[in-house]
Design a binder for this molecule. Structure first.
Ligand SMILES: Cc1cc2nc3c(=O)[nH]c(=O)nc-3n(C[C@H](O)[C@H](O)[C@H](O)COP(=O)(O)O)c2cc1C
Length: 187
């Protein structure tokens, strides 16, 4: 298997996922493409697909639809990464997020990684800005706020960027270890 048989594809609205996708493709020296430009025909040339998208209102944005495409072109190996405003340190929140979005089978068989990013109101769509406004109003009026609620309320007030290259490391280590076990791979 040659390295060119791997592609990173990303869905990105405000640029965080794209940035992480670029870092990963650069590190793995593989192809990179915007999900919107990808077809089943084009994807079927690749053995490994690394798919990146954002967390969106507790869901993995576009994952169910993308999964259908991957099944259609019989992707040999799928690796998922998700970016979000939640800090990587919030292990319980992230564990609940994965459990809510992935099946038992996917939890064990689908390699999945989370990378903290931020919020970018300047590049956000109108719908997303409205969703954030609704979330802000709801949290403002919530009674008996937990520490997490207070952190969320404070955190969503303005744009921030907590992304860092270090958050791609677990995925890169996993990919490199996995590739080593495949004959013919050269770094
Ligand atoms: C409407 C909306 C809902 C969001 N929901 C979540 C969420 O449930 N969990 C989370 O960690 N981040 C959430 N975020 C933050 C995004 O996941 C984060 O900004 C992401 O990295 C954006 O990716 P992109 O720049 O590639 O579009 C949300 C952002 C918006 C605008």
């Amino acid at each position: 298997m040659k390295q060119s048989n791997m592609i990173v594809i990303y869905r990105s609205s405000t640029g965080f996922t794209k940035k992480y996708a670029e870092m990963i493709a650069n590190e793995m020296k593989c192809a990179l493409e915007d999900y919107q430009k990808v077809s089943a025909d084009m994807l079927s040339k690749y053995d490994i697909v690394i798919f990146g998208t954002r967390a969106h209102a507790g869901r993995i944005d576009g994952y169910q639809k993308a999964k259908k495409l991957f099944e259609k072109c019989n992707v040999g190996k799928l690796v998922l990464f998700v970016t979000g405003a939640t800090p990587n340190a919030a292990a319980d929140v992230l564990e609940a997020f994965w459990r809510q979005n992935l099946s038992e089978d996917e939890m064990t068989k689908l390699p999945h990684f989370y990378m903290q990013s931020g919020l970018c109101y300047e590049k956000m769509s109108l719908t997303d800005r409205l969703m954030m406004k609704v979330a802000a109003i709801m949290i403002k009026h919530k009674k008996n706020k937990t520490e997490q609620d207070i952190g969320f309320e404070e955190g969503i007030q303005r744009s921030f960027d907590n992304s860092s290259r270090v958050y791609i490391n677990p995925l890169i280590s996993y990919m490199k270890a996995d590739m080593k076990s495949i004959a013919g791979y050269r770094r």
